[in-house]
Design a binder for this molecule. Structure first.
Ligand SMILES: [Zn+2]
Length: 354
């Protein structure tokens, strides 16, 4: 149905409305069929009268409310006499969405014959849920349809039941697609990040360090979930922009804070611990930051390295013997080029087993 977007002035400009009959008539020609002075709109199913305006369809009841009161109704506009096509102003009253749901009809696709209650063949139990603000709120799993119906009634009797139950995933695959989540989302729906319950989640992850932290994956190759989640600051919320935030994202792996990184950087005078030079590589026009080098066996952080030196350690697999013999190799060849006499040749170093 149309959003409430036109103003009372626009409405009154194109349509006339008789509050005693509830009938709208065209003041201006509209389209090829509606002549000035004729009744506007058509029956919309059993229970409403719809009027097309500016390319959209509106309920006559809502338009009548706007016409008379000058503003759109906050809730639903329901007919006192039960006839949805009767748009006389005295027949109309405003009602909250929750109240409409309590009165409403059972959907044709309902499997239980009870409102808000459905049979879950997978669990072999009854599930109670209701919809609020376009999201399905899960109220729980029950052994009997009566218990489920009672849960539904209790939830719907409140007009602000935002905190009862949890959000249901729209589709099972949604669980797989979640890449990060705010704590508020996790509190409502821990299954979206792979935990069965909030208690289980809190037992493993605990609460976020502060309200800005979000749950993110550690390994990007796998979905978020138990064993693959950590609290981190989202990149875009960092005040220093993407670079610092990305850096912090990686720092989190080693339990380091932004302050720890700055202290390490100051201790190294901003230079790589191996080549003693500043970072030289840039990404998307921004100079990279020195990386936190870490021991791959223990995952312990070491010092800050430039991208090139960090890559070098990676290529040799952190093998000191390989680096020494490579150094010897380079020096041997330099020495040979300078003086091709055999006694200048540096002997090959043996790899010791320690
Ligand atoms: Zn370096």
């Amino acid at each position: 149905m149309a959003r409430d977007d036109i103003t009372a002035e626009q409405l009154r400009d194109v349509l006339g409305y008789d509050p005693s009959t509830g009938v709208f008539t065209w003041k201006k020609p509209s389209g090829h069929r509606a002549a000035v002075g004729t009744r506007a709109g058509n029956p919309g199913g059993r229970d409403s009268w719809l009027i097309g305006l500016f390319g959209r369809k509106y309920h006559a009841r809502r338009l009548a409310w706007l016409y008379v009161h000058g503003e759109w109704p906050a809730g639903n506009v329901v007919p006192r006499n039960g006839d949805g096509t009767d748009a006389r102003i005295e027949n109309l009253r405003e009602e909250t969405a929750g109240a409409t749901a309590r009165r409403g009809k059972i959907r044709s696709t309902n499997t239980s014959g009870l409102k808000g209650v459905s049979w879950n063949s997978e669990k072999g139990k009854w599930i109670a849920s209701f919809t609020r603000n376009y999201r399905r709120i899960f109220l729980g799993v029950f052994d009997t349809p009566g218990e489920a119906a009672a849960a539904y009634d209790a939830a719907v009797s409140s007009d602000v039941p935002a905190d009862v139950g949890t959000l249901m995933p729209r589709h099972p695959s949604e669980t797989r697609r979640q890449r990060w989540a705010r704590y508020e989302t996790i509190q409502r729906a821990p299954h979206l990040v792979g935990w069965d319950s909030l208690d289980a989640f809190l037992a493993e992850m605990g609460e976020p360090p502060d309200a800005d932290h979000v749950l993110m994956r550690v390994r990007h190759s796998a979905p978020i979930g138990p064993g693959n989640a950590t609290w981190r600051l989202p990149w875009k919320r960092e005040e220093n922009g993407t670079v610092a935030a990305k850096r912090n994202y990686h720092l989190g792996r080693f339990g380091l804070s932004d302050g720890d990184y700055k202290r390490m950087l100051a201790a190294q005078n901003g230079a790589c611990a191996i080549c003693r030079r500043a970072e030289r590589q840039s990404q998307k026009g921004t100079l990279k930051q020195l990386c936190v080098d870490h021991d791959h066996a223990t995952d312990q952080p070491r010092d800050l390295l430039c991208t090139a030196c960090n890559a070098m350690l990676g290529l040799v697999g952190d093998d000191p013997w390989l680096l020494r013999t490579a150094a010897d190799y380079l020096e041997r060849h330099r020495a040979l080029q300078a003086d091709p006499a055999p006694d200048n040749v540096v002997p090959l170093t043996k790899k010791d087993s320690a």
